[in-house]
Ligand binder design. Structure first.
Ligand code: GLN
Length: 476
């Protein structure tokens, strides 16, 4: 038995039966990372043994560690959003999700690579360099949680945390052939998540299968009084939704998600998945989300506006990198000019422009109005559907360097994931096929706000009746 190949739920069973030990799991993971990660670069650092809490063998998770995206605060550990401007920053507190994981007997294994401040879809904008896709090292793993997805896909981690503002959990999960969930806005506390766009950001699981995804959501979800946007809702045991039965479930297929720009192989796999769900008793119907054509424009106004405001705090005074100049203003300017990368600067400028007086009504306010229309499309669809289904990403993993100098092409790759964040609903990516070049393809499942249970039921049923999740990349 190679512990690093296992899921968390399988390890829990092995630990309970005393067939493995926490130490054996740790040693195996560290060895695996040392051997394999130099060619993938999913991790930017590993948390040393000295950081391991002494209580790790207690609790539900028995000391099974978790990989953590570099924008989630871990007390005393470098947390940099893969940006030079946060160089040397060690948060004085844990994010709520980290506190909960430690409380359940887990702890951080290491920090995973990401696009700087989560701005991107390819993990090519990290100040630490790129991450490679374990299925084809000449290709990107997706982004911005590319390190988390690559780590789970290559068995460098049992599971991981990511964050999703416009697709950053689901798109890399899809491109790396693993499971990724963006929970409902408000389901998981954002306390300790370094903010990108506060009305869109959510933390969520990246796992090897659907059961681990439910298990991890059980641990991290729930109200937190330190995040006023976290919802006071009853918290189900999500594992109870893992039923191999979707008979009678109404599944909508938005026709706008199968239009121009969708790669043929991706379309074929997604259509086959729809047929599979039909065969398993799902009631499939075509639906329309008429405002879909506006999603990219709306997102890149709202998200950049919020980002420009959130990133104003990085000025060389309180956090991280500082480049001292003659006076305070020059110090701000120099610090920010040297500390932020190209994409971060582009976002700050776009967002500041959209918010500036004279343009606010024409851009930001208008975008918020169209956002409401996008949300209403979903409300309408969910009056007669329990779940929606489509592709996660228009193509499988693209080549390193292919889109990095063409921001618009990069932004367009988020077309199916973005509307979910704008509407605040939950959505998941699960493996549903491979291209002829053996690149993974993801299936996108969307549900009503706080209906993660529906996602788990559909995802579990699909997984139990297919074998895509069992295929692994050949990384040594
Ligand atoms: N790729 C999208 C962007 O660049 C989404 C990123 C994210 O979800 N953090 O903004």
């Amino acid at each position: 038995m190679e512990p690093f190949r296992q899921t968390a739920h399988a390890l829990i069973k092995l630990l309970e039966e005393k067939k493995t030990s926490t130490k054996e799991i740790h040693d195996a993971l560290r060895e695996r990372v040392a051997k394999v990660d130099p060619s993938i670069h999913a991790f930017i650092s590993l948390d040393g043994d000295s950081e391991t809490p002494s209580s790790i063998s207690e609790g539900l998770l028995h000391g099974i560690p978790i990989a953590v995206k570099d924008n989630i605060c871990v007390k005393g550990r470098l947390t940099t959003c893969c940006s030079k401007i946060l160089a040397g920053f060690r948060p004085p507190y844990h994010a709520t999700v980290i506190e909960r994981l430690i409380g359940a007997g887990s702890f951080p294994l290491g920090r995973t690579n990401m696009d700087e401040f989560a701005f991107g879809s390819s993990t090519e904008t990290s100040c630490y360099g790129i991450t490679r896709n374990p299925w084809d090292k000449e290709r990107i793993p997706g982004g911005s949680s590319g390190g988390s997805a690559a780590a789970v896909a290559a068995d460098l981690a049992i599971w991981a945390l990511g964050s999703d503002t416009g697709g950053s959990i689901r798109q890399p999960a899809s491109l790396c052939g693993v499971v990724g969930l963006k929970p409902t806005y408000g389901r998981v506390s954002r306390y300790g998540l370094i903010a990108f766009a506060s009305s869109l950001d959510q933390i969520g699981p990246v796992t090897k299968d659907v059961e681990d995804c439910a298990l991890l959501l059980n641990v991290i979800a729930g109200h937190d009084e330190r995040d006023s946007t976290s919802a006071e809702r009853p918290l189900p045991d999500f594992r109870l939704s893992l039923k191999n039965d979707i008979r009678g479930l109404r599944i909508g297929v938005p026709k706008e998600y199968f239009a121009e720009g969708l790669d043929g192989e991706v379309e074929t796999s997604v259509r086959q998945a729809i047929d599979t769900l039909k065969r398993l008793g799902g009631e499939i119907k075509e639906i329309s989300l008429p405002h879909s054509r506006h999603v990219v424009a709306v997102y890149y106004l709202v998200a950049t506006a919020e980002a420009s405001s959130n990133l104003a705090r990085f000025d060389g005074v309180q956090y991280g990198f500082r480049d001292e100049a003659g006076d305070l203003l020059s110090t701000y300017a120099q610090t920010r000019a040297k500390g932020f990368g190209t994409e971060a600067k582009r976002r700050i400028m776009l967002g500041t422009y959209a918010l500036s007086s004279g343009y606010y009504d024409a851009y930001y306010l208008k975008a918020q109005k169209v956002r409401t229309l996008i949300k209403k499309d979903f409300d309408e669809a969910f009056t007669h559907c329990d779940c929606l289904i489509g592709p996660v990403s228009p193509t499988a993993a693209f080549r390193i360097g292919e889109k990095i100098n063409d921001p618009l092409a990069m932004y367009l790759s988020d077309i199916y994931t973005i509307p979910v964040n704008l509407a605040g609903i939950p959505a998941m990516s699960i493996p549903c096929g491979f291209t002829k070049d053996a690149l993974p393809i993801g299936l996108h499942l969307l549900a009503r706000p706080f209906a993660e249970e529906t996602l788990f039921r559909v995802a579990y049923t699909f997984e139990q009746n297919t074998e895509f999740h069992e295929r692994k990349p050949d990384v040594k």
